[in-house]
Unconditional design. Structure first.
Length: 338
């Protein structure tokens, strides 16, 4: 089974590069589009006031920006899950809203809305004169949405627990499958009228060959029969069966990693506030970090050295804080905040 990083959304009914490049409406309004931001060129989703989640394998670094609805949020800390393909990043400032999580393990059979950035549908893949899917094409870098239905759950070695959906010729309206580069994109389920994040795009079935010694290619297929897939040691023909064998898309299962996700959220929300004290000689600008100051988050107290010349102070942090008093204490100033 090939498991490349994801990079596209392929639709069964159309190869139009502009298809579903704006927020869904009607019954699908509010189904997650509003929470799809850009991280290291891939998609990611806010899940708490200062946290977003994405696929671990897409990378990124502290100091990079996560861009959501045109606003940049600087990443300040990473939490990588050792049991799945998930990473959570802490950012500043805080998000105005964030996605609720899907907490129950009843995903199978439910229709979902999926999101991703990257390439679209390319050339058709023909076997015996019949079109059985499409290679991955161009027109990347734009968020798109599609629909599908959860077909099952599984575990992928090195990537952890997954929910799975297939690319079917007789699937739901707006039937879509992921492809290389859609990694980090969200899978949302409707839970009693509330759209909740149930999965994060991780992998797909690919690549393929037309012959055992032919050129390899990536594709999203309604049927793999008659093509060759690598079985770990050799390229093997996929036999034709009574029913089609579509390619599968895999999303890291939120409900299986809920305890870890919630532990990160709880730790971040209960952590003491550690602001940065900035200083300037004039209130009009020129603010720099006061490196000679010390911060005690438990006492909500900052000690800064007294100087002969006037200094102006302000606090910088992810959440709103304010200075409530400044008092002299020997050679120091005691600044208290809340």
């Amino acid at each position: 089974m090939g498991l490349p990083g994801l990079q596209a959304t392929v639709f069964y009914t159309t190869g139009d590069a502009a298809h579903n490049t704006s927020a869904p409406t009607g019954a699908l309004e509010g189904s997650g589009w509003q929470w799809q931001g850009v991280w290291n060129g891939f998609a990611a989703t806010p899940i708490a006031a200062n946290l977003f989640i994405t696929a671990r394998h897409v990378g990124g670094s502290v100091g990079d920006d996560f861009v959501l609805n045109g606003v940049a949020y600087r990443a300040v800390e990473r939490y990588a899950d050792q049991l799945s393909d998930l990473s959570i990043w802490r950012v500043c400032p805080a998000f105005p809203s964030f996605a609720p999580l899907y907490e129950t393990a009843d995903e199978v059979g439910r229709e979902c809305v999926v999101f991703g950035r990257g390439l679209g549908r390319g050339e058709p893949v023909e076997v015996g004169g019949e079109i059985q899917g499409w290679k991955w094409g161009g027109n990347g870098g734009v968020l798109r949405w599609g629909r599908n239905r959860i077909a099952g759950v599984t575990t992928l070695e090195g990537r952890g627990p997954m929910v799975v959906f297939t690319f079917d010729a007789t699937g739901v309206e707006e039937e879509a499958g992921w492809a290389s580069g859609d990694s980090g994109g969200a899978l949302f389920l409707n839970d009693a009228g509330v759209w909740r994040l149930a999965g994060v795009a991780s992998a797909v079935d690919s690549p393929f060959r037309l012959t055992a010694d032919g050129a390899s290619f990536n594709a999203t297929l309604t049927d793999q029969a008659g093509l060759y897939r690598f079985d770990g040691s050799a390229w093997t023909l996929v036999p034709r069966r009574r029913f089609p064998q579509p390619t599968q898309s895999y999303a890291t299962r939120i409900s299986s990693r809920l305890a870890w996700i919630q532990s990160v959220i709880d730790a971040q929300e209960s952590a003491p506030s550690i602001p940065v004290l900035e200083v300037t000689a004039a209130p009009g600008g020129g603010w720099i970090e006061a490196l000679d100051a010390t911060v005690d988050p438990e006492q909500q107290l900052i000690l800064a050295p007294r100087t002969a010349s006037p200094r102006f102070y302000r606090l910088k942090y992810c959440r709103a804080l304010r200075l409530v008093s400044i008092e002299p204490a020997g050679d120091w100033l005691e600044l208290r905040y809340e």
